[in-house]
Design a protein around this ligand. Structure first.
Ligand SMILES: NC(=O)c1ccc[n+]([C@@H]2O[C@H](COP(=O)([O-])OP(=O)(O)OC[C@H]3O[C@@H](n4cnc5c(N)ncnc54)[C@H](OP(=O)(O)O)[C@@H]3O)[C@@H](O)[C@H]2O)c1
Length: 288
């Protein structure tokens, strides 16, 4: 595969660059704001050159931009200002769709996104965990084609998303990751109100959280759902709604919204429609 260049000297730039380089896709140059940081990142990746962003298109036709989300427009302008125009450019942000690189399309390039559905807390950890991860990609045909080639090299799973659906895709990723954290935090708040310290609460919840996650991944949400809504236990839900009166308003709202969203899931899992209706009324009547 043709050599490519990377803009960025942080965790994702180093992890993705080093992983691809070690799997036989040469990284010709690494560019950053700061030459010293670019040199350090190039060393880690195994790239022969470190350069400034505006000069990167002089080295390569294909570029991967892995900088902070807010820096993408500025980097795009710098790359577009170079006398030599890059042919294909991908960025790695989930927050921004392909159009964040718009100025490069205007100058004749093909633009897109390759978003690793993986968390990279350090370059070394990323080199271990990026292979076999899922990667979402979107954008112009040539950019998506390059993204898919890179994903194949990484033994990854490609998720091709229509550009118009990019925000919905990223919202889903945030729900599965970040708001899962929020649900656990709310549970710890309720544990604390019940007299159980947060660290003890978290340790106690660990087997429950792990088994639930395993069940969802192995069998899907319908089969993994247990608990009072799945059983149609109206009295238990009424007790919960009463107990939540002493909880914070945001936790009450979160419980109600999650409970209401659980009703159609329980119905798909086999709960009769009449039980679903009664549970819905009980949640609504509580005014939480
Ligand atoms: N890490 C993850 O888990 C993860 C997962 C999926 C996607 N991503 C995406 O990958 C991208 C990079 O994230 P990261 O975790 O690698 O961040 P990071 O470690 O904080 O690195 C950010 C990089 O952006 C550069 N940068 C910041 N402002 C800049 C500017 N104005 N011009 C040029 N470069 C600038 C920084 O350079 P300086 O240090 O010189 O400022 C640094 O090289 C982001 O779009 C992020 O959404 C990250």
């Amino acid at each position: 595969m043709d050599p490519f260049g990377i803009v960025g000297t942080g965790r994702m730039a180093q992890a993705l660059g080093a992983t691809l380089c070690r799997r036989g896709v040469p990284v010709a140059a690494v560019a950053g704001n700061d030459r010293e940081k670019a040199r350090g990142a190039a060393n880690f990746i195994g790239a022969p050159h470190a350069t400034l962003i505006r000069d990167l298109p002089l080295y390569v036709k294909r570029i991967l931009v892995a900088v902070s989300d807010d820096a993408i427009p500025r980097v795009t302008r710098e790359l577009a200002a170079c006398g030599t125009k890059p042919e294909v450019v991908l960025h790695t942000s989930g927050a921004a769709g392909p159009d964040a690189l718009g100025a490069l399309r205007t100058s004749g390039g093909s633009i897109g996104v390759i978003h690793p559905l993986q968390t990279v807390s350090s370059p070394e950890q990323g080199v271990r965990t990026l292979p076999a991860s899922a990667f979402a990609c979107a954008g112009d045909p040539e950019a998506v084609e390059w993204a898919q080639q890179l994903i194949r090299v990484l033994d990854g799973k490609a998720l091709v998303i229509g550009t118009q659906n990019w925000e919905l895709y990223h919202t889903a990723a945030v729900m599965a990751c970040n708001y899962h954290v929020t649900l656990i935090d709310a549970a710890l708040e309720l544990m604390e109100s019940a007299g159980i310290a947060r660290d003890s609460g978290l340790a106690a919840l660990e087997p429950l959280i792990r088994t639930t996650t395993d069940n969802i991944l192995r069998s899907g949400p319908e089969a993994a759902l247990t608990g009072p809504i799945r059983r149609g236990d109206l009295g238990t839900i009424r007790q919960h709604m009463a107990a939540l009166k002493s909880a914070s308003r945001t936790t009450r709202n979160l419980y109600s919204a999650a409970a209401v969203r659980t009703l159609p899931l329980a119905q798909r899992a086999g709960l009769p429609a009449e039980a679903v209706r009664q549970l819905g009324e009980a949640i609504e009547e509580s005014g939480a």
